[in-house]
Design a binder for this molecule. Structure first.
Ligand code: BGC
Length: 450
């Protein structure tokens, strides 16, 4: 068997990571502008002020995408570019930028997939409490309405939130991402609930305003895969994958996906954090749980799990010398077999891998090219595993490589390169890496030769 014939092959980016133009055309500041300009927060003080300068170079980027066979492009909108204060005043220049981008994608035969929120919250809203403010869901809904009216004619595919686990977990629990808070569970739990409500309201608003729209959400969580294919190990891996995190409210699969896709908080989650949910939270569940066309997942690495002597799941540490990416993430293609399989079993919604890829120490060689055999090998292995998951019954709908081009890797600044295209940050020149040509052929042949 091969990939389904309407399989969506694409590449992904996010606004703050590539756009630059941080203060141009009346854009308001986001929490990432503020955070990256705060000394000591980001590697070498790097900021997204210029990033890949996609704000000025989007036309050449669209043309190059076409040339490289990218037919589906996932990108995010900067909320403060559209609404500089987060609510109220609409910035028509910001709207125009995204309309021109979408038109340019269409002219090049590229289908746009819009992520509504990939972490660059308007700073003005953070000053009003951000995700902690019970008004956040309705602020988000109002923003989505502006987007739907401006882009809904040309964009039919949306993801609501990117990795709620991470923007809440790293941003408000651990504090290494914007806005850099470290809050206790009684403050983070209501934020999670607000993010869920924002997601639900957004789905409803998109369906109300855009006929034929397709909507998904893009959460994450490192899949647990079984040490052996024994039933005991498979059950242990599944149990591990779907258990809430006793140390971090948000950082598990079930914290977000059970309410969003099943309409209930997981029992174990409730016993850990239920006391902190806002009063009358049950009344919100019908808004939070909306039918979705895609259940997307960003998957990079997995964790190996087996049934311990007492039958409880136990992590099997990777042996010495285990393959890793430049960022130190383990290379575990099994994650793209078992993750989608377990997720599909539980949530019964077609799976899109909305991000997958690796950072590598890419360099321009003497021949002027960027040779990245490690990335090709990584993608090859992961895609085979994903295909096998499909063969074994998972509804696999699409795959977006992370990332289209090297970009601002959040707290790591420009020190990590995840792109299919190399970006020279001095000249802003883009050079497609070997992996971009390889992936072009994969997309063109629907993965036939993998
Ligand atoms: C995020 C991306 C990020 C990538 C690599 C995901 O957590 O959605 O924005 O660049 O992983 O870290």
């Amino acid at each position: 068997m091969s990939f389904p014939k309407d399989f969506i092959w694409g590449a992904a980016t996010a606004s703050y990571q590539i756009e630059g133009g941080a203060q141009e055309e009346s854009k308001g500041p986001s929490i990432w502008d503020t955070f990256s300009h705060t000394p000591g927060k980001v590697y070498h003080g790097h900021t997204g002020d210029i990033a890949c300068d996609h704000f000025h170079r989007f036309r050449e980027d669209c043309a190059r995408m076409k040339e490289m066979g990218v037919r589906n492009y996932r990108f995010s909108l900067s909320w403060p570019r559209i609404l500089p204060e987060g609510t109220g005043n609409v910035n028509l220049q910001g709207i125009r930028f995204y309309q021109e981008l979408v038109a340019c994608l269409r002219e090049n035969g590229i289908r746009p997939f819009v992520t509504l929120y990939h972490w660059d919250l308007p700073d003005a809203l953070q000053k009003r409490g951000g995700w902690e403010n019970p008004d956040m869901p309705s602020w988000f809904e109002a923003y989505v309405e502006v987007v739907a009216r401006a882009l809904g004619g040309e964009v039919k595919d949306f993801f609501t939130l990117n990795e709620p686990q991470i923007f809440l977990g790293l941003g408000y629990e651990i504090g290494i991402h914007a806005p850099g808070d470290q809050m206790p569970p009684h403050r983070v739990t209501p934020m999670l609930h607000n993010a869920l409500k924002a997601h639900g309201l957004a789905v409803q608003k998109l369906r109300e305003l855009i006929p034929g729209v397709r909507v998904g959400v893009a959460p994450c969580g490192n899949p647990a895969y079984p040490f052996t294919e024994s039933e005991a190990d498979i059950n242990a891996a599944r149990a591990f994958y779907f258990r809430p995190n006793p140390e971090r409210v948000t950082m598990s699969v079930v914290s977000f996906s059970d309410p969003a896709l099943l309409g209930r908080y997981d029992d174990a989650f409730l016993s850990m954090y239920g006391a902190y949910l806002p009063r009358r939270w049950e009344a919100d569940m019908s808004v939070i749980c909306q039918p979705l066309d895609y259940y997307a997942q960003n998957i990079y690495e997995g964790v190996c799990v087996r049934a311990g002597a007492d039958g409880e799941p136990e992590i099997v540490e990777h042996p010495a010398g285990f393959p890793r990416t430049a960022l130190g993430w383990s290379i575990t293609p099994e994650a793209l077999y078992w993750g989608p399989r377990f997720l599909y079993e539980r949530y019964k919604t077609p799976i899109i891998i909305s991000e997958n890829g690796m950072s590598a120490h890419d360099v321009i060689s003497l021949d002027g090219k960027v040779h990245d055999p490690n990335r090709i090998d990584y993608m090859h292995r992961y895609l085979r595993a994903f295909r096998k998951s499909g063969e074994d019954g998972t509804a696999i709908a699409g795959y977006f490589a992370w990332s289209l081009m090297d970009n601002y890797e959040w707290a790591s600044g420009y020190s990590e390169r995840f792109g299919l295209w190399y970006v020279d940050y001095q000249t802003l020149e883009r050079i497609p890496k070997d992996s971009a040509y390889w992936y072009r052929d994969v997309m063109a042949t629907n993965g036939e030769d993998l």
